[in-house]
Write a protein that binds this ligand. Sequence first.
Ligand SMILES: [Fe+2]
Ligand SMILES: [Fe+2]
Length: 204
Amino acid sequence: MDVLDEIQSFLGCPTPDAWLQAATQDLHTLLIDHAHCEQKAAATAMSLMYRYPNHHELLIRMSRLAREELIHFEQVLTLMRKRGMEYQHLSASRYASGLRDQVSKQEPQRLIDVLIVGAFVEARSCERFAKLAPLLDEELQKFYLSLLKSEGRHYQDYLKLAERYAQADISQRVAEFRLLEQQLIEAEDDQLRFHSGTPRSVAA
Ligand SMILES: [Fe+2]
Ligand SMILES: [Fe+2]
């Protein structure tokens, strides 16, 4: 799948093996947080639609994206219920807030930054689904492989929108967020989340 190759070179680092190990050992937490992520992804897309009503291309792509994320959300919930896992509140990981902190407060840069952050979040999700899939049972494996396609497309949507509305070269800004994202993924983390860093207990 070539979008996966593109994503792997877009990201500054691969997911650490220690994270994969921790994630497969605590599927309940992983799935709760995965459901949260889908919900948040839909909310982010909706908030962009409210904020930029005169950006036609953004409205169309974000509307479609929000619908897809909500379908993923329902799919995770169904899967959890089937396994007797309860959905519950979970504190957010430092990943999203770490990325958000670097988003400009001023337009027009704010929009470009939010779109670049969206591309990284989607790209990392896609990379993790691909890495997790072979380590999971058949049902989850099938589900995660099915998500690869849409998350790969979401990554491309965000990046294309960032390029379109920036009307200038964004590679420098992308590189800054790449480095930040890499730091958030490689640094030690106390809690397991879908986008958490290297688990502290097994960190080298
Ligand atoms: Fe999704
Ligand atoms: Fe997505």
